[in-house]
Design a protein around this ligand. Structure first.
Ligand SMILES: *Cc1c(COP(=O)(O)O)cnc(C)c1O
Length: 362
């Protein structure tokens, strides 16, 4: 059935069994859907996020991951608050764009796209800026594949007593961490990344007390995560507006398959093996990774264009003809392309991709 394999950071390659669950229609009103599927997905997400699930809750929201980032930012920061955004790529910058649209009082600290967000800089800034109430950043910046220092950043932000918002959309399910231990207030994910579902909704896993503070803050009706959460809580999994039933059902199956694989740790090991083989194979073929070894995530890798003449468009279409889809680059400072190592793919698929790339004359 597969026409080609996606080596992309979402949508990504999903299993046949995840796809098959979408062949049945579901009623948004019926208990079979809300009680059995939605409530189950919500509690499973909380369990995946932390070993102390009692303090946490979750809400699902229609749309791609950005909608949930926008929901979390525009509902958590009140008019009287001030948000600090830490950015080293396109998704951090998108948070600033969301803040501008939502007229959220904010400040952005920008780091180079190839450098991690620096905890010391954040520490110094927060010491001088008491007016900041909330801090947000991206865990794995998919722009380059760089991994930001989650533990250190959370520690600094907690030390200053700020509400902590983490975009873990490209890492949640693929990189182990405990949101409770890190005291993350709002953790954002989406259906089509490391849980290996299909696109259609995002989710916010939040400390229950932090979620309670969102009441009345929303700047938009459909992105009001508090109202959505309240409805899901009071009406046992009901969504306010039409929910993406097939997508949620597929996600439920994807969660089951994550569990069968051995959980987040086992998935992380598979992604690491994919990433290692990819980087070794590409380096062997003469391609140079954009980032130094210590900064790379097992999610997606960026490679510099080789010496000219290299045409990305023809490279891409030759690979597509052979059944492999890769991803263009997204940074401004260098010409790059990206290869994702997440999804229902393993080292055999990576090996086949490397062989295909080796057979192309650039
Ligand atoms: C995919 C992704 C998002 C969401 O992007 P969409 O285009 O809305 O799916 C947000 N942040 C990060 C880090 C991502 O990788």
């Amino acid at each position: 059935m597969r026409t080609y394999i996606l080596f992309t950071p979402g949508p990504l390659t999903t299993s046949e069994t995840v796809k098959q669950t979408m062949l049945q229609d579901w009623c948004t009103w019926d208990d079979d859907y809300n009680l059995e599927i939605v409530q189950n997905v919500r509690s499973e997400l909380v369990r995946l996020a932390t070993d102390c699930p009692g303090d946490y809750t979750s809400v699902l929201l229609q749309g791609s991951g950005t909608y949930s980032v926008e929901g979390a930012l525009t509902c958590s920061v009140p008019d009287s608050g001030k948000l600090l955004i830490l950015s080293n790529g396109a998704y951090g910058n998108r948070m600033a764009e969301i803040a501008r649209y939502g007229k959220i009082c904010h400040h952005i600290i920008s780091f180079p796209e190839t450098s991690p967000v620096c905890p010391d800089t954040v520490d110094r800034f927060l010491s001088r800026h008491n007016e900041i109430t909330h801090v947000s950043f991206v865990h794995c910046e998919t722009t380059t594949g760089i991994l930001n220092p989650l533990d250190e950043l959370c520690r600094v932000i907690n030390k200053h007593g700020k509400t902590l918002i983490v975009d873990a959309i490209s890492s949640f399910g693929g990189i182990p961490f405990d949101a409770g231990l890190l005291n993350i207030d709002f953790l954002i994910g989406s259906s089509n990344k490391c849980i290996q579902g299909v696109p259609g909704f995002g989710y916010v896993i939040a400390r229950r007390d932090a979620m309670e503070t969102c009441r009345g803050n929303a700047r938009s009706l459909s992105l009001d995560i508090y109202a959505q959460w309240e409805t899901m809580e009071k009406k046992c999994g009901k969504w306010r507006f039409t929910s993406p039933t097939h997508v949620v059902r597929a996600f439920r199956q994807a969660l089951k398959e994550l569990h069968e694989e051995g959980g987040i740790m086992a998935r992380h090991t598979r992604y690491e093996a994919n990433h290692r083989l990819l980087t070794e194979g590409m380096t062997h073929l003469g391609y140079k990774p954009l980032l130094p070894a210590g900064r790379r995530s097992p999610i997606i890798a960026s490679f510099l264009y080789p010496d000219p003449p290299f045409c990305f468009e023809s490279f891409y279409s030759e690979l597509k003809q052979k059944g492999f889809i890769i991803y263009p680059g997204k940074i401004s400072q260098a010409d790059t392309f990206r290869i994702g190592t997440i999804g229902d793919i393993n080292v055999r698929d990576i090996k086949a991709l490397i062989d295909a790339i080796g057979s192309i004359r650039t």
